[in-house]
Ligand binder design. Structure first.
Ligand code: HEM
Length: 423
């Protein structure tokens, strides 16, 4: 307290022991006053003040923080806000949320339509990722090859009669780690400082206090290791010490390419690797788990699927059916669509229109305002999907099919930043 005392004396003020408590008290009062004044500004003077929605979420982000950390049902609450206030809602002090599938291509526009920025995901330490990925075709071919490899490994595992998940390469720890990392996302999103702090605190302490954050650390290390290994390989290729392999990972292509060196810096590529490890594994695993669960939970669905797969699987073992044939099995497609529809994995996603205001019905949304939409809210619209929480593949087939269902189904979103793993 010596420094504080010196400062007081330098200012010619009397210092006594009560001062520190008075200072703390005054700071607390100032903070409360600031929050109160901010809430008044947001409710009555903010450019979004006229937009419909609950006053509590317009006044402060603390409501959403609380729900995300302790209730975990913000998407359902958001759906209820739309029931009450209509298709446009101010979902947080600075953000508009729209529940209207006809507006998806305006918010998630392609560059040809109008320029957009993403709403940056906070606190995940991957701010550099995805900025400029190579074209979709490169990804599609890599993914198809990987699926072939997976298929081969599953067949090998089958021959060994080992339980699949106990096999060396099907370790469940991988899924648990990514799931752990996913669980911590709400905390890191609302308190990004925690994510930053974990970079500087010893790993054992992080593991003790916040075990799930180590998932991110491990992902980061794996990403860095892989990128460094590939960098060395590419350097050897350039020096002619090894042959250039025709196929390679996305990072081989990036490091061999003539994109600016700044785009190839290790931190950015490692962030990209982490983002791919997360984006490429967890959503697919979660979709498969949910879909498999629903299929197995209902013997009539399982029975029908087995029956419908019989034709394409007729020569299985000797002959592996190709994707085109499997895609022809309508009932399988309907089951996958139902899984993707009911999966409530992603939080709302949004864009910022940077050049022009957006017009939604009578509402003019000022440019530079984050505007978000939720696939989940569109997926459970009871008008389009009667009994929306029922896993019902039949709704996609025959005369049950309503074209509005495909319009509402947006699990991969749209526009220039549509999920590149979609195919
Ligand atoms: C069922 C599986 C999947 C679902 C439901 C899914 C869903 C999504 C969604 C909703 C987005 C956000 C798009 C946006 O903000 O507009 C996204 C982005 C992304 N996904 Fe997927 N995804 C899946 C599988 C994959 C796979 C297998 C990969 C691996 C290659 C992948 C890689 C990515 C990447 C890299 C992005 C960021 C794209 C960008 O910002 O340019 N996803 N995904």
């Amino acid at each position: 307290m010596g420094a504080l005392q010196d400062a007081f004396e330098a200012l010619g003020l009397a210092y006594h022991k009560a001062t520190r408590w008075q200072l703390l008290g005054a700071t607390a009062i100032l903070l409360v006053f600031y929050q109160f004044a901010l809430a008044i500004y947001r409710l009555y003077f903010h450019p979004l003040a006229k937009f419909p929605g609950p006053k509590l979420v317009a006044a402060s982000t603390w409501y959403e923080t609380f729900v995300d950390l302790f209730r975990h049902d913000f998407p359902e609450r958001l759906a209820r806000m739309h029931e009450k206030y209509g298709p446009i809602v101010r979902v947080s002090p600075n953000e508009i949320h729209i529940n209207d599938p006809n507006f998806v291509t305006t918010v998630f526009a392609t560059a040809a339509k109008h320029r957009t920025d993403i709403i940056p995901p906070q606190g995940l330490g991957m701010d550099d990722s995805i900025g400029s990925t190579p074209g979709h075709d490169i990804h599609a071919s890599i993914i198809h090859e990987e699926i072939r490899t997976l298929e081969r490994k599953m067949l090998e595992a089958k021959e060994t009669n080992l339980p699949l998940l106990d096999g060396k390469d099907f370790t469940p720890e991988w899924y648990s780690m990514i799931r752990g990392a996913a669980k911590i996302i709400p905390l890191l999103r609302h308190f990004p400082q925690i994510g930053l702090a974990t970079q500087y605190v010893p790993a054992w302490l992080v593991q003790t206090i916040l075990p799930n954050t180590t998932g991110f650390r491990i992902l980061q290390l794996l990403g860095e290791q892989r990128v460094n290994r590939i960098r060395k390989e590419v350097e050897k290729e350039k020096k002619g010490q090894v042959d250039v392999e025709e196929n390679g990972s996305m990072f081989h292509h990036l490091l061999r390419s003539d994109i600016p060196e700044s785009e190839k810096n290790p931190a950015r590529l490692a962030a990209e690797a982490v983002s791919f490890l997360g984006a490429g594994t967890y959503p697919t695993a979660a979709t498969l788990i949910l879909t498999a669960y629903y299929i197995l939970a209902k013997p009539e669905i399982e029975g029908r699927l087995r029956k419908e797969l019989k034709t394409v699987m007729a020569n299985f073992n000797d002959e592996v059916p190709n994707f085109v044939d499997v895609e022809q099995v309508e009932y399988l497609g309907a089951c996958i669509k139902e899984g993707l529809r009911i999966l409530r994995l992603f939080r709302r996603k949004g864009r910022i229109s940077i050049d022009k205001d957006l017009q939604y019905k009578e509402w003019t949304i000022p440019k530079n305002t984050p505007v978000s939409m939720s696939p989940f809210t569109m997926h459970i619209d009871p008008e389009v999907f009667p009994d929306p929480f029922m896993f019902n593949p039949d709704r996609w087939l025959g005369k049950n099919y309503d074209p509005r269902m495909d319009r509402n189904l947006n699990p991969f979103l749209q526009g220039s930043r549509i999920c590149i793993g979609m195919q």
